[in-house]
Design a protein around this ligand. Structure first.
Ligand code: PLP
Length: 346
């Protein structure tokens, strides 16, 4: 049975796949089962923040695997607290809750927002406004949070309490905000919804409006975080500090992690969300963050991750969720399908 046949027989078909079976990879170069060479500019949908099998990443993960591969939440562990400190120091946010995925980080943020509002205002102030064309994950709650009708099928009943507004339109936002609203949740660059970059003026106005009305601002940086937009996190391009921020994907560089971070006024909201698999191979996660260099350039390790049309310094980089290498080989000949570049004569 070929890999494709076995995959089709045994794996649930949650994704359509390209007709390529990759076997190994290094940096941005991937090899199929026949040894054919590809440059993969898809960045593992934002996961492979250092490219494939980055030497430092492999070393950090291997070392951690042989030291402690998992630590239950019942014990302290320096690797986790070091990473939490690093994330807080780099963002100005105050506390971290570790989990396993972007959807879970968003669940955590939703729970904290609702708990904050419940404690302060009592029952009923629990609605969250999200933006049309947003994407926040695939759990029943984060599908409901996602502002695209196409995701609101089959799995009824979805979690209640989400309202949707068009992006870049304060009047539309205000029209759905009510005395039941506890938070607004948004991606600053909508990824899945079409790579829509939100207007900085709108974002600033939205944050001010929310702050004035004690409505929490949740920024979903699952796709935009970890150096993909010219700064470590996209909100830093907008000059705002969210009340809650979620990060996943690129933070682990290929191993699962999800992080919900909160600011000062929410830091007492511990104990709202937990998962037993929280503290897995945490060292590598710290490693990825540790390697981010912020300056006029945003090279991360040997590669850089960039969303389409994102301006970095004087350069505008256009690529679909791409890893751009410093040295694109001369023999790159054509863009294959959406975002893989095949190397001729490779
Ligand atoms: C903006 C955003 N939020 C959340 C998620 C869900 O993340 P995960 O697939 O890790 O659950 C994604 C996934 O693509 C995403 O792009």
């Amino acid at each position: 049975m070929t890999t494709k046949e076995k995959d089709l027989k045994y794996i649930m078909h949650t994704y359509g796949r390209y007709d390529v079976a990759l076997k190994s990879a290094k940096g941005v170069t991937a090899y199929d089962e026949n040894g054919k060479k590809y440059i993969d500019v898809s960045s593992g949908i934002g996961v492979n923040s250092l490219g494939y099998c980055n030497d430092g990443w492999v070393e950090a993960v291997s070392k951690q695997a042989g030291t402690i591969q998992h630590m239950s939440n019942y014990f302290y562990c320096s690797q986790a607290s070091d990473l939490a400190e690093k994330l807080c120091t780099l963002t100005g946010l105050s506390k971290v809750c570790f989990g396993n995925s972007g959807a879970e980080a968003n669940e955590c943020a939703i729970k904290i927002a609702r708990k904050y509002s419940f404690d302060k205002y009592g029952e009923g102030r629990n609605e969250i406004v999200t933006l049309n064309n947003s994407f926040h994950g695939r759990t029943v709650t984060t599908l409901a949070a996602t502002g695209q009708d196409i995701f609101h099928n089959y799995f009824f009943p979805f979690t209640e309490g989400f309202k949707y507004a068009d992006a870049d339109d304060m009047d539309a936002l205000k029209a759905v905000v009510s005395d039941k609203t506890c938070a607004v949740m948004l991606e600053l660059i909508q990824g899945e919804g079409g790579v829509n970059i939100l207007d900085p003026e709108y974002v600033k106005e939205l944050v001010k409006y929310c702050n004035d009305n004690d409505i929490l601002v949740i920024v979903d940086e699952v796709q935009t975080g970890v150096g993909r937009t010219g700064k470590l996190f996209a909100h830093q391009n907008y000059g705002i500090l969210p009340d809650l921020m979620t990060v996943a994907k690129g933070l682990g560089g290929g191993l699962p992690i999800g992080v919900c971070m909160c600011g000062e006024k929410l830091k007492i909201y511990d104990h709202n969300h937990k998962t037993d698999f929280t503290n897995g191979l945490f060292r590598k996660q710290g490693y990825v963050v540790g390697r981010v260099e912020i300056g006029s350039n945003v090279w991360i390790g040997s590669d850089v991750l960039i969303l389409p049309n994102v301006r970095i310094g004087n350069n505008t980089v256009i690529a679909a969720g791409a890893i751009i290498t410093k040295n694109i080989p001369d023999n790159v000949t054509y863009i294959q399908k959406r975002n893989s570049v095949e190397v001729q004569n490779g």
